[in-house]
Write a protein that binds this ligand. Structure first.
Ligand code: TXA
Ligand code: MG
Length: 321
């Protein structure tokens, strides 16, 4: 059996594409840093990304696509976004745009947000892999949570060898820093993360000084956390062991309480990866029933349970009206 790390030749890329289509994780080089890739339309595959990173949190992920047509299938491009894409793609620029409804991208990729971060990487291996897989690929930097980003295949192996099906070795990455992230949803472009494309170059294109998002001392490297998170209209009652009148049920595991109201079980077998994959879509579906409250069964704090509980706690928190 070949090793996990393989030189990114044509055969290896074809094999990697097959693995991705089958829902496996593949680490691949981009021009910035190595990415930990999964089929962005496969919720369970995406859930495995969060599990592999360790200390998981459902930060929204960047979706990598091969070309502008593929990008338009998953995002709505404002005039600003269109101009930025034409100027800097393929390249180390990530554009946050509105999600295209019905695109098939898993809700877990966008962490339930109405926006989506997209980029077209400028790296021959990444390009070949995107074309061979025919899927949009969700990929955060291929490092364990809290570690620095990987710019060589052996860095990826040191961090993630046990949790990926393949590491495509395309040599050291050219840029070594992550992509610049811009919010291009509105009339004003906002810098969410400085990166491999200089701010001045972006200002040169848009013809004005760029606005920067307010820094968050708690999460300086996670701009996605600053954005409004998906918050259901219904109240959430956490750690519920029964269902009250008028409540919907978000269940987990084999021993769900009986109810006549709307109910979704995140994983009847108690599998946290399956549960993570279903979480945001389940909240949406239950919320759409008009239930005043959603009773949420306890979810264990192990593995992806930590991230699931973190999101549920945020969704349950009182919010300004
Ligand atoms: O260069 C890069 O961008 C690398 C390579 C692999 O492409 N990827 C990367 O991904 O750095 P990651 O997951 O480490 O960082 C993605 C950032 C996160 O800080 C996340 O919060 C932000 O993108 N993000 C993703 N979707 C967003 C959204 N809809 N709104 C705001 N921020 C978003
Ligand atoms: Mg990162």
């Amino acid at each position: 059996m070949p090793g996990i790390t393989q030189k990114a030749d044509t055969d290896a890329i074809i094999n990697a594409a097959e693995l991705l289509r089958a829902g496996e994780l593949v680490a691949f080089p981009t021009e910035t840093v190595y990415g930990l890739g999964a089929d962005a339309t496969n919720g369970e595959a995406v859930a495995r990304i969060y599990a592999a990173k360790g200390r998981p949190q459902f930060n929204p992920l960047i979706v990598h696509v091969a070309d502008l047509d593929a990008a338009r299938r998953i995002g709505k491009f404002s005039n600003n976004a269109e101009a930025l894409a034409r100027a800097f793609w393929p390249g180390p620029l990530t554009l946050v745009v509105e999600r295209q409804p019905g695109s098939g991208i898993s809700d877990l990729v966008t962490a339930g947000l109405e926006t989506i971060a997209i980029r077209i990487p400028d790296n021959p291996v990444a390009q070949a892999l995107l074309k061979a897989s025919g899927r949009p690929l969700a990929a955060p930097s291929a490092n364990r949570s809290g570690h620095v980003s990987a710019t060589e295949a052996r860095h990826v192996a040191a961090d993630l060898e046990d949790s990926v099906a393949m590491i495509l070795d395309g040599g050291a990455t050219k840029r070594g820093v992550e992509s610049t992230i811009l919010d291009a949803t509105g009339d004003t472009v906002v810098l969410l993360r400085p990166g491999a494309i200089a701010t001045e170059d972006i200002e040169g294109l848009i013809g004005e000084k760029i606005k920067k998002s307010a820094p968050n001392p708690k999460a300086p490297s996670a701009p996605g956390q600053l954005e409004s998170h998906y918050a259901p209209k219904a109240a959430l009652r956490l750690n519920a062991t029964d269902v009250k009148d008028g409540e919907a049920l978000l269940a987990f595991g084999p021993t769900a309480p009986a109810t006549k109201g709307p109910a979704i079980n995140l994983s009847p077998s108690g599998d946290l990866i399956e549960a993570a994959a279903k979480l945001f879509a389940a909240l949406r579906t239950l919320d759409a029933t008009g239930a005043r409250s959603i009773a949420v069964m306890p979810i264990p704090m192990t593995g992806l349970g930590e991230a699931i509980n973190d999101r549920l706690a945020r969704a349950a928190a009182p919010r300004p009206s």
